[in-house]
Design a protein around this ligand. Structure first.
Ligand code: EZ4
Ligand code: CO
Length: 402
């Protein structure tokens, strides 16, 4: 079997997605998600100029060798742009293998370890009342686990919170919007929010919270401690992961479980965090973390240290990534939870999906490979629209983490 050609499809049904399509001499093609929010065309260009010419003529079944050709074989390793491209190549190759063997991807990863995949929803509101209302709505839909974010009293425009009447979408058209941040106000508010959520909705609901890399280690330690009475499923991205050792401070002070990694792209972002048991969940998604091939290694490494998976699954990851993640979630033993933000209806005009949500869990059908298809004609109706993630400043103007 040989790769004959490949192409990159960029489309924007409501938001931008980049898809890699790899063709073979046996009429089978594979699809991989190559979407990197706000940097879509950088990945597309890297694939088109450097990867596709080097893919032609290779045997698509030799996934491990091709993976290392684009990792070890490339002098400039890691980095979000190149790892997203490699993830897309890897996904497309696993898709081809599944189609060739006429079996769904989870079968190639060891088969099903569970009957259904626990997912968590997003709730957010501009203030406490709206946040509580939003939690009630997600519970009505059947979700058993909910990530809660809310506006912070005294601060305009907070991360993870939609404006009135809109759905939360991190990227906005054109150049980055500017948000504002005040750690003191946030730290005073977050425990109050979770106290109210528990008061209204009881003990059973699994609760998650995303700090979005905005605290120092000692501030995160304080928050984790103060959230302990509310028994969070996890506190996400408490501190930026660039300094892995920073998590030692957080870990010493709190039993609130910690998740990190939606911006990571290699196992080397995790070595200290995992081997020192500083975290509880890895979040690096298939689309940015080197694909199935690399995530298998990360998940196996994590499993040795009792660390589970909780992959990123926001709407800026395409349905191809979502399906690949679900196959993976079904297959591995140390699965923890999967993030699930349903795409807008318009996305289904382009992507034909093979998964469904029911009563708090996801299910996937037995379509061979990853099982998601892309309608190229429909994709053409939605040309690329430049959009950016915001930047964030402290209220005095200092540039801060977004
Ligand atoms: O900010 O996907 O946990 N989820 C998140 C997301 C990310 C966006 C970035 O593109 O933090 O909303
Ligand atoms: Co996050």
């Amino acid at each position: 079997m040989k790769i004959t050609d490949a192409k990159v499809i960029v489309c924007s049904p409501g938001r931008n997605f980049v898809t890699l399509k790899i063709y073979t001499d046996q009429g089978i093609y594979g699809l991989g998600d190559a979407t990197l929010n706000g940097r879509e065309l950088a990945v597309a260009k890297y694939l088109e100029e450097y990867c596709i010419p080097a893919l032609k003529g290779r045997n698509p079944l030799n996934i491990e060798d091709i993976w290392h050709y684009f990792y070890r074989g490339v002098y400039w390793k890691r980095g979000a742009v190149t790892m997203t491209a490699l993830s897309a190549i890897d996904m497309a190759l696993w898709d081809i293998k599944g189609k060739m063997l006429n079996t769904p991807l989870y079968n190639l990863l060891g088969g099903k370890s569970r009957n259904k995949v626990l997912v968590y929803a997003h709730s957010n509101g501009i203030d406490l009342d709206h946040a509580l209302e939003s939690v009630a709505q997600e519970l009505d839909k059947g979700f058993k686990a909910i990530r809660v974010q809310s506006g912070i009293p005294g601060l305009d425009h907070t991360y993870g919170v939609a404006q009135k009447g809109e759905k939360y979408e991190p990227a906005t058209k054109g150049l980055p919007r500017e948000d504002f941040w005040d750690t003191h106000k946030y730290l005073n508010w977050a425990p109050k929010l979770f106290s109210k959520v528990r008061e209204h909705f009881g003990e059973d609901l699994l609760l998650l919270h995303d700090v979005h890399h905005r605290l120092t280690p000692i501030e995160a330690a304080r928050l984790g401690k103060e959230l302990e009475p509310f028994h969070l499923f996890w506190m996400e991205d408490a501190v930026t992961g660039e300094l892995q050792e920073g998590f030692r401070v957080v870990r010493q002070h709190t039993t609130t479980p910690l998740a990190i990694g939606e911006v990571f792209n290699s196992v080397y972002d995790y070595t200290t965090l995992i081997s020192e048991q500083l975290i509880d969940f890895v979040r690096m998604p298939i689309v940015h973390g080197g694909g199935i091939t690399h995530l298998q290694k990360v998940a196996a490494f994590a499993s040795i240290y009792h660390v589970q998976t909780g992959f990123h699954g926001a709407t800026d990851l395409s349905p191809i990534n979502m399906a690949a993640a679900l196959h993976f979630d079904f297959a591995i033993n140390n699965f923890g939870i999967q993030e699930y933000m349903p795409h807008e209806e318009i996305v289904n005009e382009v992507f034909k999906i093979n998964y469904r949500f029911e009563e708090g869990y996801m299910y996937i059908d037995d379509t061979p490979g990853i099982g998601v298809d892309l309608d190229e004609k429909a994709a053409q109706k939605f040309p690329y629209i430049p959009a950016s993630l915001p930047v964030n400043r402290k209220t005095d103007g200092t540039l801060f983490y977004w």
